[in-house]
Design a protein around this ligand. Structure first.
Ligand SMILES: *Cc1c(COP(=O)(O)O)cnc(C)c1O
Length: 240
């Protein structure tokens, strides 16, 4: 038994370092400034003790997809005061209050009605919740997201809501094998962002790239990669 197993962290610190090294290498390849890409550690389906192991190794931002599971974890980790929680799952209208109450960020916002509910339900003592609009750049109906030509209107609708802080765009393309095909949807998201950004609304967050395609996303300008499996290992189950 090696030391990592002996202290029960499940190899997470080592995998976290490997992911950080992959990010650094891609940032260098892209000739982008160091620290221009943030890592969101996607902890869905993994227990609070795994999140704590990653936190102890220095990780602060965590992504969750299932509201009930996340809220239990957030309660168990309430002592970690500078931890950040990002909701990255499919939003259901009956869960918006819990999302607005317990999360710092929402990626994957694509419904104006959900946006209104999140804004109304954001507790007044908290800063506006940071949101990325999900865009369906690769044209797959099943993946959800706003069509590219409707993104400007969605941003305008969200900007009118005091409980929201529009920070950028997110996409979740279908898996692709080779780097060139992986890059195409990420490039499309960046170009859309470049068209819609203004000095007062920089849309500085480009949330794109996961365990299998984070290099392609970084080469196309990702500022936040959402990485689960490569940090925490295979998921024990797949709830949806
Ligand atoms: C699960 C999930 C991820 C992480 O996926 P991995 O392939 O495990 O890195 C990223 N983004 C979203 C929206 C997810 O649901």
């Amino acid at each position: 038994m090696d030391r990592r197993e002996a202290i029960g962290d499940d190899g997470i610190p080592g995998r976290l370092r490997e992911v950080q090294a992959r990010i650094r290498a891609a940032v260098e390849r892209a000739q982008r400034p160091p620290d221009s890409v943030a890592l969101l550690a996607v902890s869905k389906t993994h227990g609070a003790e795994s999140v704590r192991a990653a936190y102890t190794a220095g990780q602060r931002a965590f992504g969750e997809s299932y509201v009930q599971e996340a809220i239990e974890k957030i309660a168990l980790l309430a002592d970690l005061t500078d931890i950040q929680w990002h909701f990255i799952g499919r939003i259901q209208a009956n869960k918006t209050r819990q999302i607005a109450t317990h999360f710092d960020w929402v990626h994957g916002l694509s419904d104006p009605a959900h946006a209104r509910r999140l804004s109304e339900q954001r507790p007044s003592g908290l800063p506006p919740i940071k949101v990325c609009i999900q865009v369906n750049v690769s044209g797959e109906a099943s993946k959800g997201g706003v069509e590219p030509d409707a993104v400007a209107a969605m941003i305008a609708a969200c900007e009118a809501l005091p409980g929201l802080d529009v920070r950028g765009l997110m996409t979740l393309p279908a898996p692709a094998e080779d780097e060139e095909s992986q890059r195409a949807p990420f490039r499309a998201l960046r170009l859309l962002r470049d068209r819609l950004a203004t000095p007062s609304r920089p849309l500085d967050c480009l949330s794109m790239g996961m365990s299998d395609d984070l290099e392609a996303a970084i080469l196309e300008g990702a500022t936040l990669v959402r990485v689960g499996t490569a940090v925490f290992g295979p998921r024990p189950y797949n709830a949806g």
